[in-house]
Ligand binder design. Structure first.
Ligand code: PLP
Length: 453
C-alpha cells in the first residue's frame, strides 16, 4: 500500500518524509492512509504534515511582503521537521526560551537568524543566549532592561510596545508591551543612560488579528520611537511587526492585510536601510497539519440529552468518543479559542442526528464538539478536522462560545478557517496515557527539490 502511495522516502532530521510524484493532495491521501490502517486493524489517529502546503505559505509571504523577513515563531508549533524545512528556506526564528533557541541552533541556524522575542526572560536563559551568540532580544520594562544588562555583555535590544487589535482571537497586550507614548520614550532614555544598545521597535497586534488597521497604528508609533531613539544616540535599524497573520482563509484575507502593511511601511518607513522583520506563527504552521482521528466508542442516546430540548425526547442522538481530545491536539479549544469541526473522512449520505464528539480521556471537560448534526458513524470510522474561529467581540457579545443553535452566527464562524497546525501539537499532552497522533510527513517531488535538502 505504502509504495503505491509514495515514490520514495527521504530524511529530514530524525523524520522520514514520504515523497509523492505529484503535488500532495491531502484528502485522497488521508483516505488511502485510513484504508491502509483499516486493513491492518490500526486505529491510531494520524496527523498528515504536508510540506507542500508549508512551501505555498512561504511563497505567499514572499509574494505579498517581500521586504519583510519572516522569523517563524517556534512556540506556535515546534515540530522539528517543519522547523528544519523553514530553516532550509532561509526563514529566521522567533524563540521564546532556551529550549527553542537550542532546537533551531541544533539545525545549524546561525545566531543572527534568531530573535529572543520573549519580553520576560529567565536569567539563566539570557546567559545562555549570550553563550550562543544570540544578541537580538525584546524588552518592555526597566527591570528587564537592567536584568538583561547584568546577564548579557552585548545585547541588541528591541523595545516592544503595546498596540493591539482588541478583536484579535488572542490579544497579547494585557501581558506585554510598553505604553507607546509615555512609557516607551522613558525606556529609550533609561537604556541610553545605562549605555545599553536599543536597535529597534517591535509589537504584536494579537494572534488571529481581525482588524489589520492595528498594524498601521503600531507602525506610526514605531516611527516616533525610531526618531526619538536616534536622537538619544541609539542605532535604530529594525522594525519587528510581530505576528497575528491568519493561518488560512480569513474574513480579512492575508493579501488585504499585507497590502495595508506595505502601504503603512511606505508611509512611515520609506528608507530602504531600515530592516523589517516579522514573527509569523500560525501563518506558517496552521495549513500543513491535517488531523484524522478514529471513533473508538459510540453510544446512541435520546437526542434530548444532546439538544437539551424536551421535544427531542423520542428522537435519537449519538455520542462518539475519538482518540484525540482536549488534552491532545484539541487543546486549541481551551488555549486558542478554536472551534474544531470534524467531518466523516468518507462522504456517505445518510440521515443526520444531533451528535456530541468527546475526546478519549476520563474527564468530561474533554469535549470536542457539541450539538453537531452529522450522519451516523460506527466504531472504527474516521473524522478529519479543520478549525474555525470567531471574532472575540462576537464571543463577548454572547458570553458563550456555544454557537451551533444560532444560525445567524454560522456565517461569522465560517469566516475564519484553518487547518490543525497552529497552537495544537505545541501544548498537547499524553494525559490518561493517550498518545499524540502519529505524524506522517509528505512532500511533492517539486517542493523537495525546491528545499534543496
Ligand atoms: N511573537 C510573539 C512574541 C508571540 O507571543 C506570538 C504568539 O503568541 C507570535 C509571535 C506568533 O503569533 P501568531 O501565531 O499570531 O503569528
Amino acid at each position: 500500500m505504502e509504495t503505491a502511495m509514495y515514490m520514495r522516502r527521504e530524511v529530514i532530521g530524525d523524520s522520514k518524509v514520504n515523497v509523492t510524484e505529484q503535488p500532495v493532495d491531502v484528502l485522497p491521501l488521508a483516505r488511502a492512509i485510513a484504508e491502509a490502517k483499516n486493513m491492518k486493524d490500526n486505529d491510531e489517529a494520524f496527523m498528515i504534515i504536508n510540506l507542500d502546503a508549508l512551501y505555498e505559505r512561504f511563497k505567499l509571504w514572499k509574494r505579498e511582503l517581500p521586504q519583510i523577513e519572516p522569523f517563524y515563531a517556534v512556540k506556535c508549533n515546534s515540530d522539528e521537521t517543519m522547523v528544519q524545512a523553514l530553516a532550509a528556506l532561509g526563514v529566521g526564528f522567533d524563540c521564546a526560551s532556551r529550549e527553542e533557541i537550542d532546537i533551531v541552533m541544533r539545525m545549524g541556524v546561525a545566531q543572527e537568524r534568531i530573535i529572543y522575542a520573549n519580553p520576560c526572560k529567565t536569567r539563566s536563559f539570557i546567559a545562555h543566549a549570550e553563550e550562543k551568540g544570540v544578541t537580538m532580544m525584546t524588552f518592555d520594562n526597566a527591570e528587564e532592561l537592567e536584568k538583561i544588562a547584568k546577564h548579557h555583555k552585548c545585547p541588541e535590544l528591541i523595545l516592544r510596545i503595546a498596540v493591539s487589535d482588541p478583536t484579535a482571537t488572542c490579544p497579547l497586550n494585557l501581558k506585554f508591551g510598553a505604553e507607546p507614548v509615555k512609557q516607551a520614550p522613558e525606556l529609550l532614555k533609561r537604556a541610553a543612560d545605562l549605555g545599553i544598545a536599543v536597535i529597534g521597535v517591535s509589537f504584536h497586534v494579537g494572534s488571529g488579528c481581525n482588524d489589520p488597521s492595528a498594524y498601521r497604528v503600531a507602525l506610526g508609533h514605531a516611527r516616533n520611537l525610531f526618531d526619538l531613539g536616534l536622537g538619544l544616540g541609539h542605532k535604530m535599524e529594525i522594525v519587528d511587526i510581530g505576528g497575528g497573520f491568519p493561518g488560512g482563509e480569513h474574513h480579512t484575507p492575508f493579501e488585504q492585510i499585507a497590502a495595508l502593511i506595505r502601504s503603512a511601511v511606505g508611509e512611515f518607513f520609506p528608507e530602504p536601510e531600515v530592516r523589517l522583520i516579522a514573527e509569523p506563527g500560525r501563518f506558517f504552521a496552521a495549513r500543513p497539519f491535517t488531523l484524522v482521528a478514529n471513533v473508538i466508542a459510540h453510544t446512541a442516546v435520546p437526542a434530548e440529552k444532546i439538544t437539551k430540548n424536551a421535544c427531542d425526547a423520542a428522537a435519537t442522538g449519538h455520542m462518539y468518543y475519538i482518540n484525540d481530545g482536549v488534552y491532545g491536539s484539541f487543546n486549541c479549544i481551551l488555549f486558542d479559542h478554536a472551534h474544531p469541526t470534524g467531518r466523516p473522512l468518507f462522504d456517505i449520505e445518510g440521515e443526520k442526528y444531533p451528535s456530541t464528539i468527546w475526546g478519549p480521556t476520563c474527564d468530561s471537560l474533554d469535549q470536542i464538539e457539541d450539538k453537531k448534526m452529522m450522519r451516523a458513524l460506527d466504531v472504527g470510522d474516521w473524522l478529519i478536522y479543520e478549525v474555525r474561529y470567531i471574532c472575540r467581540s462576537i464571543i463577548d457579545r454572547y458570553r458563550t462560545p456555544t454557537i451551533d443553535n444560532r444560525p445567524d452566527d454560522r456565517n461569522l464562524i465560517a469566516r475564519s478557517l484553518q487547518d490543525m497546525g497552529a497552537y495544537t501539537c505545541a501544548a498537547s499532552t499524553t494525559f490518561n496515557g493517550f498518545q499524540r497522533p502519529t505524524p506522517i510527513y509528505v512532500i511533492g517531488e517539486r517542493t523537495w527539490k525546491a528545499l534543496g535538502m
